[in-house]
Design a protein around this ligand. Structure first.
Ligand code: NDP
Length: 444
């Protein structure tokens, strides 16, 4: 049995109740087979795969807080510190009722390779809670965030572990958590990223994941002798990633005709009005029905359905496992050229395979949405320097990073004889650097 298969068997046994984690490990290790086979003796002797699939530590804790009726509520908090071979742990905090240890582990595992790909010195981690911020008052959000940080602050620090936002954790939540960290630890340091601009946040962080996704997509098209100008794109989601992906895609001449949320989706053949979408989602925090009610050209549909619409480019930007095999078939039948993932693991394994086998250029989230964490690392650099860079400076660095990522993954795929397989390319490029650091640092 090959080393990869042996380790996959053990990982499956040990984590049988964590399907998302198993999906992520299987996807990564499968695509790394060419590298692992070429170095099997060295990696096996050093138990590289056993070590890289086992987090350094997993922290789970109780988060008690009082709601507006005076009732005590209890949620579960998580921080998985997965691998710090190349830098302090770095990864977002997800606040969503679906959060469990398996989901945080899947995200933390992916984060190792994504962070490595950014070319910046950051390790992999992820955290969050099953707390649902929807419908909560600002006071309730603050009560939760303060309680969450009261425990989390024992395990993080500017040179140890630097959490950031993710689903359900935006500037408001980061602000409350930062305030509590400062109060307890008595230190003003860059312990969180995604901070407000008045207290150490970086310009472009808000836009970074969406813009970065489009910078990489633009480079992908350039590499194939094409441009985004005049292309039709379908986006799913209408959160942070989706909104800024839509904005940048439209700035570069593409027409984005869809977006969605967890209850429905919008088809707007005239192109999504991004200012209206920002008003509905960022200001009013309302449903997409509100968008449709204010936009005569838009059609609102309940449920899911974004991938039925004919497009050149599909950009899944909502959540994991939201682009299924049937969706992939529909996209191919409609002549879709490229799928670039804004969300983390939005495409199922069978859908990914189908897209790749049918000639669709497919760039996974690890590379395509790395702009967010890359800009977080730029925020860490600015905090360390105690300086703030201009919007143009950060944006130019972000663009440069995304272009470099594209070429690194393209080159890695070519080096191992899987040209055009950007999923394998991303895993290989991210993995090589981490393994090199792990081998250099001995058994730890
Ligand atoms: P937000 O919370 O801002 O937005 C998430 C969007 O996805 C919302 O429109 C939400 O709808 C929708 N959504 C959530 N769950 C579901 C579901 N089960 N079915 C359909 N739609 C759903 O999150 P972000 O935009 O920040 O993150 C989106 C994805 O991108 C996640 O996978 C995240 O991990 C990933 N990502 C984010 C980064 C960032 O910098 N923000 C960086 C890298 C990756 P509703 O409003 O109804 O909840």
């Amino acid at each position: 049995m090959s080393y990869v298969d042996e380790v996959l068997e053990v990982v499956q046994k040990k984590n049988a109740d964590q399907p998302e984690f198993l999906q992520a490990v299987t996807e990564v290790l499968d695509s790394l087979r060419p590298v692992i086979d070429a170095n099997e003796d060295l990696y096996r002797k050093n138990a590289i795969l056993e070590r890289i699939t086992e987090p350094d530590r997993q922290i789970m804790f109780r988060v008690p807080w009082v709601d507006d009726n005076g009732q005590v509520q209890v949620n579960r908090g998580f921080r998985v510190q997965f691998n710090n071979a190349i830098g302090p742990y770095k990864g977002g905090l997800r606040l969503h009722p679906s959060v469990n240890l398996g989901i945080i582990k899947f995200l933390g595992f992916e984060q190792i390779f994504k962070n490595s790909l950014t070319t910046l010195p950051i390790g992999g981690g992820k955290g969050g809670s099953d707390f649902d911020p929807k419908g909560k008052s600002d006071r309730e959000i603050m009560a939760f965030c303060q309680s969450f940080m009261t425990e989390l602050c024992k395990y993080i620090g500017a040179d140890v572990d630097v959490p950031a936002g993710d689903i359900g954790t935006g500037a408001r939540e980061i602000g409350f958590m930062f305030g509590q960290y400062k109060r307890i630890r008595g230190m003003f340091e860059g312990v969180l990223t995604g901070k407000g601009l008045t207290y150490g946040g970086s310009l472009v962080r808000t836009q970074a994941t969406g813009y970065g996704l489009i910078y990489l997509t633009e480079e992908l098209f350039k590499n194939h002798g094409q441009s985004l100008d005049g292309k039709v794109a379908c986006v799913s989601g209408s959160g942070n990633v989706a909104i800024y992906a839509i904005e940048k895609a439209q700035q570069l001449g593409a027409k984005v005709v869809t977006c969605s949320d967890s209850t429905g989706w919008v088809y707007d053949p005239e192109g999504i009005d991004v200012e209206l979408l920002k008003d509905v989602k960022e200001v009013k925090r309302a449903r997409l029905t509100e968008y449709a009610a204010n936009r005569p050209s838009a059609q609102y549909h309940e449920g899911r359905g974004v991938w039925q619409i004919k497009c050149d480019i599909a950009l899944p930007c909502a959540t994991q496992n939201e682009l299924l095999l049937d969706d992939a078939k529909q996209l191919v039948a409609n002549g879709c050229i490229a799928v670039c993932e804004g969300a983390n693991m939005p495409t199922t394994l069978d859908a990914t395979k189908y897209l790749q086998e049918n000639g669709v250029w497919f760039v996974g989230g690890k590379a395509a949405n790395a702009g967010g964490v890359a800009t977080s690392a730029l925020e860490m650099s600015q905090n360390s320097e105690r300086l703030s860079w201009s919007f143009e400076e950060v944006d130019a660095k972000l663009k440069n990073i995304m272009v470099t990522i594209f070429h690194n993954i393209d080159d890695a795929a070519k080096r191992y004889g899987v040209e055009g397989d950007y999923v394998a390319g991303a895993n290989i490029a991210g993995f090589e650097k981490v393994v090199d650091a792990m081998l250099a640092q001995g058994v730890c």
